[in-house]
Design a binder for this molecule. Structure first.
Ligand SMILES: [Zn+2]
Length: 146
């Protein structure tokens, strides 16, 4: 039986290699072929101007990006909730993009309010959700995306 292969960008700084892994290995702590570190960390990865487009465009694994800014109080309140959601959904990639620092990286996504979470798969936006949510609602929203 053939199984589908998924692209997954290594979340570790200084690596960010694009890995190709069988879908059924997502739950088996896959490791990066280049740096040997865990590909799925159950923690939000921090995106920047160099990594954002690559992670969003290459990842076939469901990827949730939290667009936030340092001056946005609801964003700061949601940060620990987003971390808790990441811990509960270890086969989903959670990532954060600080829009006031990384304006170039954020520009293509037309973020109108903060915080906004955008769900991507295979380079396509599949959903977005504006406003701060508690972890339980983040988890429910991400699970609803399949
Ligand atoms: Zn790596």
């Amino acid at each position: 039986m053939s199984q589908s292969m998924l692209h997954l960008v290594c979340p570790h700084a200084g690596c960010h290699a694009t890995n190709r892994i069988p879908e059924n290995r997502l739950t088996q702590s896959p490791k990066c072929g280049r740096c040997q570190q865990a590909l799925l960390t159950a923690k939000p990865m921090v995106l920047n101007d160099l990594t954002t487009a690559k992670v969003i465009q290459k990842n076939d694994v469901l990827t949730i990006v939290d667009f936030w800014a340092i001056w946005c109080q609801p964003c700061l309140m949601m940060a620990p909730e987003f971390e808790q959601a990441a811990a509960q959904l270890p086969t989903v990639v959670f990532a954060k993009l600080q829009t006031d620092q990384m304006q170039e990286a954020a520009a293509p996504y037309n973020i109108r309010s903060l915080p906004t979470m955008v769900a991507f798969r295979g380079g396509n936006e599949i959903a977005r959700q504006s406003g701060a949510l508690p972890s339980s609602q983040i988890v429910r929203w991400v699970r609803s995306l399949g």
